[in-house]
Structure formats: structure tokens, C-alpha cells
Design a binder for this molecule. Structure first.
Ligand code: E4P
Length: 218
């Protein structure tokens, strides 16, 4: 499974990259706003800065909601760097735009996926990635992981090349469960990624090893 980090924070992206396990980055307009990035030029410069840190795909989301607007914004974003993947919402205009981007060699991430039908249409339009939002479904007492399972079955049935990018991953168990189901990629916060390492027996075992080593040394 590939690991993406879901943030626009450059320090966290650097930290994840330094771990040597980072395959890409996803951002969204809320994450950009959280970093105080606003205005077209600042947003573009920030995407380039992210691309210069990570050797992998970086999702950059369009703001336009109409077809023409999505195409013109997406072309600008795709021109910023070879690693940019244009993130487009799962709407009628979005599906049309994904088809256009696919036909013109621009890679896409279909975002805000909350149903198997949305994922199926995005795959039909040639999306590079679909992003089902696990955590946001869990938030409304629905089952985000069940959606990942359904999409896995559908994509395998028809051999779609579209990859399942499990998004809105909130904690380490989501990552484990997405890996069990067979999501191609997960995107989540750094805390969920490093949380995978946490185990009290590792901590106590290491403390014991070091204490015994010190004792033996006298
Ligand atoms: C996906 O690409 C989104 O940026 C993200 O995963 C949303 O996560 P959230 O539901 O924690 O905001």
C-alpha cells in the first residue's frame, strides 16, 4: 500500500519524507487555508514547494465547480509540476472534466467520494485515483471501510486501472483496515502514520535491553 500524507504543512511533509515511507501528498482547499495560503500565486507557489519536497504525486484541487472553470484551473495546476494530480469533485461537471483531463494526458484524483456509484463513474471517466472519505462516513454513523470494500470488488471485477486512495483516514487502525481490504493508497495525518509504530511492549522491551546492556558494561 502506498502512503500519502494529507496536509499542506511543509514541516509535516518534510518529516514524513524523512521517514523514507512517503509516496505522495494530498491537499484540499481547507488544508491550504489552515496553513494561511491564499491568493492564486501563493497557492501555486505552495504546490511547487510541496512538489520539491516529495518524490511522488501531489493532489491539487480545483475550486471551480463548472466544467469550463475546472478545465482551465486544472490545466494551470498540471503545468506547475510533473507530480501534480488534479483533484476534482465527484459531480456531473467533475466527471466530464475528468474525461477531458484523461483524454489530454492529465492525471486526476476524484475527490469527495461517498458512494460506490460515484467511484464507478469516476473510473469510467478514467480517473487516476478515487478518494472515498472513510472518516467522514464514520462521522455520520455510516461505514467508511465498507465503502472501500465495495469499490475494491467493483474495480477488481472489471480490472479498472483507477487506484483506490482511501481518504479522510483519521487514525492508525483505519490504515491497518484499509491495508487489509486492499486499498491501493491511504492518505492521512502524520500522527496516524507514526501511530502505527506505537506498542508498549516495544517501549518496555527496549528499556529492558538498554538496562541489561548498561548492567553488563558495569
Ligand atoms: C482527501 O484527499 C481529503 O483531503 C481528506 O482526506 C479529508 O479528510 P478529513 O475528513 O479528515 O478532512
Amino acid at each position: 500500500m502506498k502512503f500519502f500524507i494529507d496536509t499542506a504543512n511543509l514541516d509535516q511533509i518534510r518529516d514524513a519524507q524523512a521517514l523514507g515511507i512517503l509516496d505522495g501528498v494530498t491537499t484540499n482547499p481547507s488544508l491550504m487555508a489552515k496553513e494561511g495560503i491564499s491568493g492564486d500565486e501563493a497557492v501555486k507557489a505552495h504546490y511547487v514547494a510541496i512538489c520539491e519536497i516529495v518524490d511522488g504525486d501531489v493532489s491539487a484541487e480545483v475550486i471551480a465547480t463548472d466544467y469550463e472553470g475546472m478545465i482551465s484551473e486544472g490545466r494551470v495546476l498540471a503545468d506547475l509540476h510533473a507530480n501534480i494530480v488534479v483533484k476534482v469533485p465527484a459531480t456531473l461537471a467533475g466527471i466530464r472534466a475528468i474525461r477531458w483531463f484523461t483524454d489530454n494526458g492529465i492525471r486526476t484524483n476524484c475527490t469527495l467520494i461517498f458512494s460506490a456509484g460515484q467511484a464507478l463513474l469516476a473510473a469510467k471517466a478514467g480517473a487516476t485515483y478515487v478518494s472515498p472519505f472513510v472518516g467522514r462516513l464514520d462521522d455520520i454513523s455510516s461505514d467508511g471501510l465498507q465503502l472501500i470494500e465495495k469499490i475494491r470488488v467493483i474495480f477488481d471485477n472489471y480490472d479498472y486501472g483507477t487506484e483506490i486512495l482511501a481518504a479522510s483516514v483519521r487514525h492508525s487502525m483505519h490504515i491497518i483496515e484499509c491495508a487489509e481490504i486492499g486499498a491501493d493508497i491511504m492518505t492521512g495525518p502524520l500522527s496516524a502514520i507514526v501511530g502505527l509504530l506505537k506498542h508498549p511492549l516495544t517501549d518496555s522491551g527496549l528499556a529492558q535491553f538498554l538496562a541489561d546492556h548498561a548492567k553488563a558494561k558495569g
